[in-house]
Design a protein around this ligand. Structure first.
Ligand SMILES: Cc1cc2nc3c(=O)[nH]c(=O)nc-3n(C[C@H](O)[C@H](O)[C@H](O)COP(=O)(O)OP(=O)(O)OC[C@H]3O[C@@H](n4cnc5c(N)ncnc54)[C@H](O)[C@@H]3O)c2cc1C
Length: 398
């Protein structure tokens, strides 16, 4: 979680300095620390960096929404929602994750219900609950866990039901070493069928050695971007349709303390994980009625819930974003979706590719918006490298 790719222990050393954390120093490596602390770390090093360069850099944060960007000769004019206009030589789009898409149901009346929370990252999704509410969380990934923890922190006492097509349980991080044997056989050209066979073999071998299968996924983490870029479009589509969820389970795991807390909630029936698909959500006076086809049969379950939190993961198709900025950038043909509709079409180092395929030297992107190009473009180890590359592009005058 260090902010600097060339100093992997920077965050660890920051935590050790001045006793920032009440954990014995020798136990710190490998511990999961709070996001609050991580926020303080980023804030502190950012302020320090600005202070050191204050003679060279004029830095200003404007807390407004950007609603449009237009090209004006070699420059860009950036428009904010208050009517402010900023002229820039270079622009970086770093807008992060977009809230999830609504469940694709024919009857969309539920979208306007105050009982439906479309953005799981907004605090209101987990606050002001009634004591005995039943809450349906759509999605069973890490955002679901975040929502459950948020509700628990706010002393929610009612029942939580989490639903996804497969109802996969989230795994815990265990103390183990990545099983690197797979790397000896991982060579281009890459195709999904052979990769699947190779993974299957190494997961089986790892299990025979008493290790878990996730150790194989950990071993290839730093290679996934290269593999993804070399897969054919057809293979990428097959991966998204058939392997993505399983990959996500192995790749995105929980700190063991949190995993234990979630398992206890399941054992006490405070949290129930269902596998199935929603057919319909009907709005009634005090409830949302949810019709679900359970997985593996023709069984229908009807739930009466008082709140639904959409935790299905960020929407990635930029043409569907509810955002004036993205609508305008698409209309002006400054950006286009990548071939998988996972973000913005761009080069691997973040140069945006316009509607006719030209790579820009002045408008860049990074983070979740580069998922189409890199797939693995979510967490700090990738983001810090991308930020360094985009910083170089911003400074480069060619
Ligand atoms: C709930 C959650 C938990 C995560 N936990 C971890 C973790 O533990 N470890 C890890 O490595 N990664 C984690 N990630 C992934 C990743 O590290 C974070 O998503 C990270 O904050 C991404 O940084 P970012 O700068 O790309 O985007 P963000 O931090 O989302 O920043 C985007 C910024 O752009 C602004 N913005 C958006 N649109 C506009 C606009 N039109 N005009 C002006 N401003 C705009 C937003 O307000 C925001 O300030 C997590 C992600 C989520 C969603």
């Amino acid at each position: 979680m260090s902010a600097f790719s060339n100093e992997p222990d920077h965050f660890l050393n920051w935590c050790k300095s001045e006793n920032k954390v009440k954990i014995p120093k020798d136990e710190l490596p490998g511990k999961f620390l709070s996001r609050n602390l991580y926020g303080k770390y980023l804030d502190e090093i950012f302020k320090d960096a600005l202070e050191q360069k204050s003679a060279l850099i004029n830095f200003e944060i404007i807390r407004e929404e950007v609603i449009d960007i237009e090209k004006s000769g070699e420059q860009y004019v950036v428009h904010s929602n208050s009517g402010k206009k900023i002229t820039a030589n270079k622009v970086a789009l770093a807008t992060g994750n977009h809230p999830p898409a609504h469940p694709p149901l024919a009857n969309k009346n539920f979208v306007d219900s105050p009982r439906y929370f479309a953005n799981p990252w907004q605090e209101n999704a987990v606050s002001n609950t009634e004591p005995n509410e039943t809450i349906l969380i759509i999605g069973t990934g890490l955002t679901m866990v975040d929502a459950v923890l948020g509700l628990t922190e706010k002393q929610f006492q009612g029942k939580i039901i989490a639903l996804s097509p497969n109802g996969y349980n989230i795994l815990a991080h265990k103390k183990h070493h990545p099983q690197r044997n797979i790397l000896d056989e991982l060579a281009p050209p890459f195709d999904l069928t052979n990769l699947f066979r190779l993974f299957y073999k190494h997961v089986r071998d790892a299990r025979l050695r008493g290790e878990s299968g996730e150790t194989v996924v950990d071993a290839v983490r730093s290679h996934t971007q290269i593999i993804w870029q070399q897969l054919s479009l057809e293979d990428k589509k097959r991966f998204m349709a058939h392997v993505r969820h399983l990959w996500g389970v192995a790749r995105h795991r929980l700190p063991s303390e949190i995993h234990k807390q979630i398992q206890e909630m399941i054992a006490q029936n405070n949290l129930q994980v269902l596998a199935g698909r929603i057919n319909e959500i009907t709005v009634s006076l005090n409830n949302l009625i949810v019709d679900i086809s359970l997985r593996g049969g023709n069984k229908i379950q009807t739930l009466k819930v008082q709140r639904i939190i959409n935790c299905t993961g960020p929407l990635t198709d930029i043409s569907k974003f509810q955002s004036p900025l993205y609508a305008n950038l698409l209309t002006k043909k400054i950006i286009r979706p990548d071939e998988m509709k996972l973000g913005i079409d761009a080069t691997a180092d973040g140069r945006i590719i316009d509607h006719v395929g030209n790579e820009s030297k002045s408008i860049f992107t990074l983070g979740s918006l580069l998922k189409g190009k890199l797939w693995e473009s979510t967490a700090i180890p990738e983001l810090r490298k991308q930020a360094e590359r985009v910083a170089e592009l911003l400074l480069n005058n060619n």
